[in-house]
Design a protein around this ligand. Structure first.
Ligand SMILES: Cc1cc2nc3c(=O)[nH]c(=O)nc-3n(C[C@H](O)[C@H](O)[C@H](O)COP(=O)(O)O)c2cc1C
Length: 181
């Protein structure tokens, strides 16, 4: 089944390694698919009062965009052994109002990374915990943990580590097969 796969990045940093990984995925889509980055940096901090009152203008387009996607890929670093707040905020925004979650049933892939050898394991698994609750079937294998990402790119932000590039292309193929099930 063809379709667009949304890519959500857990970092707002200009030179974010997570964004560079996301860009690589977008530039190397699996056959028959398009990948599109869904920006989360302009989403106001979620407040439950918005569910009863008028929500911020940024919420509607984000929710509609997520809803239109066949599946979602999260590319995230780890902040303090968990998911960066900006990503958690996006997850919360998409999950409400109650009963109207735009995440429901969307297949998901988690790609975590870090500048150390730990590969964002804590963020990866805290994110998976939320995805279980959101009813997002999340690809169990292959898991994607990318260590020492600062060594992956050239001066233009292009991935130069060819084994990682090959691995990520294989991951995308596996993810499409998983999402089509
Ligand atoms: C607030 C903060 C907390 C961090 N906590 C962790 C951590 O728990 N584990 C880790 O491996 N790296 C941690 N780091 C380092 C990040 O992995 C590193 O800054 C990385 O480059 C951020 O991802 P980005 O390049 O996509 O912005 C932290 C960085 C910041 C700014």
């Amino acid at each position: 089944m063809a379709g667009t796969i949304g890519v959500i990045i857990g970092s707002l940093r200009k030179e974010s390694f997570s964004r560079k990984i996301a860009n690589f995925l977008v530039e190397n889509p699996p056959v028959g698919h398009t990948l599109e980055i869904i920006e989360i940096g302009d989403l106001n901090m979620y407040n439950q009062d918005f569910d009863e009152q008028e929500a911020p203008d940024s919420y509607g387009p984000f929710r509609e965009k997520v809803k239109s996607m066949k599946a979602i890929i999260f590319v995230t670093p780890e902040y303090n052994r968990s998911v960066p707040g900006v990503l958690k905020n996006a997850i919360d925004v998409g999950s409400r109002p109650y009963g109207e979650s735009v995440w429901d049933g969307k297949p998901a892939l988690v790609v975590s990374n870090s500048i150390s050898g730990l590969s964002g394991f804590g963020a990866n698994h805290h994110l998976r915990q939320s995805l279980v609750f959101l009813n997002m079937p999340t690809m169990p294998q292959p898991e994607v943990y990318l260590p020492s990402v600062q060594d992956f790119f050239d001066g233009n932000g292009k991935l130069t580590k060819s084994d990682t590039g090959d691995f990520l292309k294989d991951v995308l193929k596996s993810f499409v097969a998983f999402a089509n099930r």
